[in-house]
Design a binder for this molecule. Structure first.
Ligand code: HEM
Length: 133
């Protein structure tokens, strides 16, 4: 009987370019948040020093997309949506988050455009889903 060797499908994490690409995207995201007045309200609700966020967001996205689970192991049981509930996120803030992330992904333009578009779309939905008003 003929045997087939199946290569496991690459994870979204691998297709996007791993942690190095996620760090470039999230650094661009926070650079935009810090410099573009379109994201001023979003910037204002974050702590003055974004260094901890520049560390935690790429690690969150790494585990979430099928890569190393560093953030998840350090935050057992932490739910990203519930964690954001006290922040009073409205549609405008969620839109700023989604727009900044979409622009960051486009600016970094990871080689695999299908996965880059999918990442922008799913994060857009996640962010807008956090809006309470
Ligand atoms: C909907 C719009 C969003 C707003 C307005 C928002 C706002 C915030 C704020 C204010 C913090 C606290 C950080 C600080 O005080 O400096 C935070 C933390 C965080 N947010 Fe968001 N966020 C949004 C969406 C998202 C989404 C969609 C994700 C993930 C894909 C995310 C990932 C994180 C992470 C990883 C942290 C740090 C949590 C930790 O490591 O303890 N946020 N966010």
């Amino acid at each position: 009987m003929a045997t087939t060797t199946e290569t496991p499908a690459a994870s979204p994490y691998d297709r996007i370019g791993g942690l190095a690409a996620l760090r470039r995207i999230t650094d661009r995201f926070y650079d935009l948040m810090e410099t573009d007045p379109a994201f001023a309200a979003l910037r204002a609700m974050h702590a003055p020093d974004l260094t901890p966020m520049r560390e935690s967001l790429p690690l969150f996205l790494a585990g979430w997309s099928g890569g190393p689970r560093t953030w998840w192991d350090a935050n057992p049981g932490k739910c990203m949506v519930s964690m954001h509930a006290p922040f009073g996120i409205n549609r405008e803030l969620a839109g700023q988050w989604a727009d900044a992330m979409r622009r960051a992904i486009a600016d970094i333009s990871p080689g695999d455009t299908a996965i880059a578009d999918a990442l922008a779309d799913v994060l857009d939905r996640m962010a807008r889903g956090m809006a309470k008003a």
